[in-house]
Design a protein around this ligand. Structure first.
Ligand SMILES: NC(=O)c1ccc[n+]([C@@H]2O[C@H](COP(=O)([O-])OP(=O)(O)OC[C@H]3O[C@@H](n4cnc5c(N)ncnc54)[C@H](OP(=O)(O)O)[C@@H]3O)[C@@H](O)[C@H]2O)c1
Length: 263
């Protein structure tokens, strides 16, 4: 193997195995790029298999790493067991988990449906918790360290003046504090648990809202950098939190929001 530069040693993920949920579109695609470009082999998880297959080919070609696309619904526990066993069998023990998949059902609080609330919590909180448990149990049994990166949201730390999506806001706040609690409980096992907290970044999740008059402008005005994010702007934080460069970071969040939380 080629000798690594000091910079590569700090950030390299060569020899590691990552798993990214919600890797079919949007920010999950960027999380997968981040892990693969730093040298990790990566399992891609989401329900839309064709999109995963397309990304898998692109990542293999670009970075020469092993990529395993697996179609799965993260709210189905049997799917999570299948995802873990296939990844371990085909790529090796997973030591980087990115809980990125998420949904943001909209609606005013007084009319918010129970179904939207339950769906938001199932995908945004329960699935990351169950998957993190399955991931951590294996590492704890084998006395191996690992990393968990939860994709929370600006909406998990502050209420929104622009959007109406109470189930999303509450579930992302739960994920933010789940991050802190797991970081504390698993610190002794060398499993570091952190979050990346994006502000508004155009993806399928918000494409409809962004076509409504004034929504883009209001968000830009509320952002010190005066623009929305670009999906690839999440990559650096993901590499940092997955790599040796963040060896003394756990239970915290990196905001990628153009300064929104600095007001
Ligand atoms: N974009 C933003 O402005 C923004 C801001 C803050 C935080 N975030 C967070 O960033 C993460 C990614 O968001 P995004 O903007 O990239 O959204 P997106 O474009 O809507 O992508 C959501 C991803 O989640 C997957 N997913 C949803 N339900 C799933 C399920 N039951 N099982 C498996 N996969 C499932 C989808 O895949 P399939 O449909 O193929 O299953 C898709 O890959 C989310 O957690 C979101 O809350 C986004």
């Amino acid at each position: 193997m080629e000798k690594q530069s000091p910079l590569e040693t700090l950030f390299s993920l060569r020899g590691h195995v990552g798993l990214v949920t919600g890797a079919s579109v949007g920010l999950g695609v960027e999380c997968a790029h981040a892990l693969a470009l730093a040298g990790a082999d990566v399992a891609l998880v989401a329900r839309r298999e064709q999109l995963l297959q397309g990304l898998a080919s692109e990542l293999r070609k670009s970075y020469g790493v092993k990529i395993l696309p697996i179609a799965a619904d993260i709210t189905v526990e049997a799917d999570l067991d299948r995802v873990i066993s296939r990844t371990v069998a085909e790529l090796g023990e997973i030591d980087i988990l990115v809980n990125n998949a998420g949904i943001a059902p909209g609606g005013r609080a007084e009319k918010y449906s129970r179904a939207s609330w339950d769906a938001a919590f199932a995908v945004n909180v329960t699935a990351p918790m169950v998957l993190s448990q399955k991931f951590a149990r294996r590492l704890i049994e084998r006395k191996k360290p690992g990393r968990i990166i939860n994709v929370t949201s600006l909406a998990g730390y502050l209420g929104s003046a622009v959007f109406r999506y109470v189930g999303y806001a509450a579930s992302k706040a739960a994920l933010a504090n789940l991050t802190r609690q797991l970081a504390i409980e698993w610190a002794d096992h060398g499993i570091l648990v952190n979050a990346v907290a994006p502000g508004l970044i155009p993806t399928d999740m918000n494409v409809d809202s962004l076509t409504k008059p004034g929504i883009r402008e209001q968000n830009e005005a509320l952002t010190p950098l005066k623009r929305l994010g670009r999906p690839e702007e999440i990559r650096g934080a993901v590499i940092l939190l997955a790599s040796g460069a963040s060896s003394y970071m756990t239970g915290t969040a990196i905001s990628i929001d153009g300064g929104r939380q600095a007001w």
